[in-house]
Design a protein around this ligand. Sequence first.
Ligand SMILES: *Cc1c(COP(=O)(O)O)cnc(C)c1O
Length: 395
Amino acid sequence: MSKFQVDNNGFYGEFGGAYVPEILYKCVHDLQDAYLPIVESDEFKAEYHALLRDYVGRPSPLYHASRMSRKYGCRIYLKREDLNHTGAHKINNTIGQILLARRMGKSRITCETGAGQHGVATATVCALMGMKCEVFMGATDVERQHTNVERMRMLGAEVHAVHTGNMTLSDACSAAIRDWCCHPQDTYYLVGSTMGPHPYPDLVARMQSVISEEIKWQLQEKEGRDYPDYLIACIGGGSNAAGTIYHYVDDERVGIVLAEAGGEGVDTSHTAATMHRGTTGVLHGSKMLVMQTEDGQIEEAFSVSAGLDYPGVGPMHCNMFVEGRSRVLAVNDDEALAAGYELTRMEGIIPAIESAHAVAALAKLSFKPDDVVVLTVSGRGDKDIETYLRFPGKE
Ligand SMILES: *Cc1c(COP(=O)(O)O)cnc(C)c1O
């Protein structure tokens, strides 16, 4: 068994587990018992893959970026999750979980969202399946990300503004968990990243693993071998990264490089560099690296990219990081924005600012000419145009 995948008790090394209030014991245990038999059944797989193909638009292309390759002196391929329906990788996960929820007989979906991307992806699949959707979102984010709020409402979701704490993602998670506690019978909590109590980190990683499943055969076609020398992805909670590396975690030939959000710098108080700055703690039902004060108060994460400013990071990635399997680079706001402009001007692809963090990692690495590099573009930048324009690129 892989030491990087979840063990029978729901842990990745010392991280993970299911630290939930008593009232959710039954819900979480029911889900732990139900998820594997369902997601491994032929019937589930057929429906999931048909929707990924016909509704999401998969497989997403693996694109050889020739101008970027020349610049960095290696062979760079972009895994185009930005081309998915709703504009990012998040739909892979929500499609899978809504099918699971339906098979578990649930009729009402609750979720958290930060920038609104997961809320939109969840509201989308709820519309698709005719299910009731409750989205919890920090009041600060409701204001900052108004178009996504309107998209969710148009899709039929009820968006609840959360007024506790910093009124951002972390508070939205707590509110969604509270909602689940109040409706344990009919409600399915649809988690948006590789976080939360076991089995969510494993469940979400499996639903995103289609990314590396495709990379394997796409590389075989283009390079005559099914593995790259490097995989690069940005990391917030860790879901697009988990999907990108899933089928390669035990393959020592493959270097894994993850870009977390440095914000204004890892040594400042305005950062979301959880692996560089975090210490072990429990947040939202899981043991992981968390940015916290000495007495365990959660510190607010800060990044120009709303999708990366979570004060924790999924347990799978915490374990791979402390075991030395992955290399984690902190990319600051200005570096990410510049890299976003670079990809835009060199390849005609405007990446989400989250994804631009992965692009910025290229300049921090050194490559050999034959190195094959696969970089996941987790989402498109349409939602970020205003932010980009506030920081005009050079040239
Ligand atoms: C939400 C989001 C992320 C961060 O989430 P992960 O779970 O770490 O993947 C990254 N990129 C985009 C485009 C997102 O919407």
